[in-house]
Design a protein around this ligand. Sequence first.
Ligand code: SF4
Length: 379
Amino acid sequence: MAVPLSQMWTVARYVLGKKLRRVQRYPVVLMLEPLFRCNLACAGCGKIQYPGEILKRQLSLEECLRAVDECGAPIVSIPGGEPLLHPDIDRIVEGIVARRKYVYLCTNAILLKRELDRFMPSKYLTFSIHIDGEREEHDQAVCREGVYDVAVEATRAAIERGFRVTTNTTLFNTADPERVREMFDTLTDLGVEGMMVSPGYPYAKAPDQEHFLHRNETVGLFRRIFSTTKRRWRFNQSPLFLEFLKGNWHLECTPWGNPTYNIFGWQKPCYLLQEGYCETFQELLDTTDWDSYGCASGNPRCTDCMVHSGYEPTAVSETFGSLRGLMRTARLVLFGARPTQANGAVEGGSNGSHHKPPAAAALVELDSRAPATRLGGRN
Ligand code: SF4
């Protein structure tokens, strides 16, 4: 199982509590960005294009912990920039762990091996290592040779020292399904607890604008990747989110489920778009026009987005907050997902209406004819 039972139980109890109290919008994962600066300059990144004076700034320990308390989400993800460049990152993590929140520290792992002594293994702390492919693909994605080997070595070292280690992979239209499956094998052999995959978001500021996936391309790619599956692969993400990426399950974006806090404040409406900032989390909830976002809204900036930060909280809420979602998840966990048909060219995509996108609808049909074979692990 890729996520420990104690973590699953914490999240399930939290979501059920919100549902019972009929809370309409609640956070599941806080995206805490303590800084934007990084020791890499990846072509698909939309976070490091700020001017130098912004890149020099960072949240203080107190600001980070205040945001964690204010938000109340049971999980805190620390992306960046590169969080290990923050001089107080160990104290930030320690403070969150002391609050019994589950922390995912996202890192490119260049500094990880050197910095491991600053952290204590805990069930509340996971290093989420950025790996975008096998050696050649990863080094190309991060625009620097040799980074893959450093990341793999650091991953091994962290696992040996007893830390929880997962990986996060962002895919673009250059991804080769066969090579992605090879990467799943490699990471599984390394002994990571779970893997997370997501399509990249078409950031307007990213240097590389050619290789972002459109919605129907994303569904086609994930169907090709999961046309063959292995029991031993473990995914650190909701089974319903993976089904969504394959076009087998309809989800709508719930951006309030993954709120972002950084040096500017609480970002409107999500981790990916910047439509202003709020001083408090409550202000973010109360003043954002949530109906203007998500694929169903017809907002062109959301049309092609299937990114985990928008849709994973929806998947989690459906899993623990609806009988249908729970039954489907239970079936996927117990019997595995069906391998998808490999014909990746899917016509349709989102039409921006309030109905299920045609690509997803067509693919549910395709899937119901696919043979039932078990996909390994939690998914
Ligand atoms: S669909 Fe994507 S870009 Fe739009 S609000 Fe949701 S997460 Fe943000």
